[in-house]
Design a protein around this ligand. Structure first.
Ligand SMILES: [Mg+2]
Length: 134
């Protein structure tokens, strides 16, 4: 990818989009905040699976970025519940686990895609673009 294509890819305007970020670790939240702030998307934050479901019910969410390792209720369970409420909203899993079978487990729970931590800015924006720009 050339430099100009790269900056185009990173210059997304999602001012009309609502992204629900489910993440329990503060340092990861800082990354997502910095990465997504530039897109002007409205960000909702949940720190566990139950809070994610509650926020999903209360808001018109366009996309969910779902950590899988969470307190109270894990991301697999939360994804299943969210997909029962609205199967059309994309759920992108993000996880530090790189065990084999993890991606399959994720897809089986209803996730639409999967990002392995540490997540690179470019990969994050490109992945979200595929769902938000269609
Ligand atoms: Mg976690």
């Amino acid at each position: 990818m050339s430099d100009s294509n790269l900056s185009d890819a990173l210059n997304q305007d999602w001012g009309d989009k609502v992204i629900l970020v489910v993440e329990d670790v503060d340092t990861n939240k800082i990354f997502f905040d910095a990465a997504l702030r530039r897109t002007s998307a409205k960000i909702l934050w949940a720190k566990d699976g139950q809070q994610a479901i509650d926020l999903f019910k209360e808001n018109n969410v366009d996309l969910v970025l779902m950590d899988l390792q969470l307190p109270v209720m894990d991301g697999y369970t939360a994804t299943r519940e969210i997909k029962k409420i609205n199967p059309d909203i994309p759920v992108i899993a993000q996880t530090a686990h790189v065990m084999s079978g993890e991606r399959e487990k994720c897809m089986e729970a209803g996730c639409d895609d999967y990002l392995a931590k540490p997540i690179r800015l470019q990969i994050l924006i490109e992945t979200l673009s595929r769902f938000l720009n269609s």
